[in-house]
Design a protein around this ligand. Sequence first.
Ligand code: PLP
Length: 419
Amino acid sequence: MNPLQEQDPKIWEAIQAEAVRQQDGLELIASENYTSLPIMQAAGSVLTNKYAEGYPGKRYYGGCEHVDVVERIAIDRAKELFGAEAANVQPHAGSQANTAVYLAALEVGDTVLGLDLAQGGHLTHGMKLNISGRLYNFHNYGVRKEDHRLDFDQIAKMAKELKPKMIVAGASAYPREIPHEKFAEIANDVGAKLMVDMAHYAGLVAAGVHNSPVPYADYVTTTTHKTLRGPRSGLVLCKDEHLKLVNRNVFPGTQGGPLMHVVAAKAICFGEALSDDFKRYGQAVIDNAKVLAETLMSGGLRLVSGGTDNHLMLVDVTAVGLGGKKSEAVLEDCGITVNMNMIPFDERRPADPSGIRIGTPALTTRGMGADEMKRVGGWIVAALSAPDDSDLHASIREEIRLMCIDFPVPAGRSVTAEV
Ligand code: PLP
């Protein structure tokens, strides 16, 4: 018996059950992925014991000589990976990265433009209960009704009228490539700072299959656990001139001691993302998304914007007489995990919206390709066409379990025993 199992069997069992769920089912949540075993090893390492307030060479605690090595490597790799002048690798998560940039670049009450949450934006882009919406005067831009693409006429008009101090680009549920240069043009015209939150597509940028915001933005923020395939965490990239204020607003502005075990895991993630393998991975994520989207559409489902050119798609399930909540539950019953999601101009409520969001990053990590995407798309169409047929759901679940045997998750079933 391993020490965790012996000391705390209830937690051990829950972790084991989750490992089985991850192995036996299809993870189609667009913001999730599977890390490598080395990333998990670092995240579960002795570095979790260390306090390291401050930055390499300037800590407020003794004994930081080894974590300094780790953090310097993480910073250097982040800069190399994204071609950035400067990086702060300490934000605990994407939300902290965004909050630190707002504190660095804005005064309380300043006007900011961000994508509407109901049209694909994120909570930290001005939602009224989030600290962003409580401290700053956020206004929302959106997408065009006719094609669900970002409405740059509207963004330019709002920017001219409102004279924002900052424009925030980036999204959580936008299935198309984001043209950063258009945002930069508008921001330059009105003298606004540009922040790009590339959390969703950072891995695609790293792989060179999505245009990079780094040349255009004053600040780039990201999570490290989505397409980038690292530990759950955050990162800020910026120009040299902004680093001092960014650093000050990560620590002590919004955080205390950095999670050095996670900083080490991020360093490994950036190292992995610098490889040719990762470039192939990024391309495969997009190729898989295109095949899955085509399969869903030819099965009669309607996709927001008519398809995808990144890692995700939004399905309007009202076209097959369902709501998002029921669709999520039906697919879960088959061993397919997705999340319900608002679609642009949604007439339903957030708690039961019109859509589901589907992404290919996790299945692509398992090595699945076009053939598997066609099977997955077929199962989704079949399940949503027979939402109350529990026998059909059970047989799909079994077919999925069998297919998944050939595509093991990278860290395996009993990772906690191995580490
Ligand atoms: N920014 C975007 C665009 C996101 O999609 C997310 C998470 O979904 C975040 C920020 C926040 O990341 P975290 O959950 O790590 O705080």
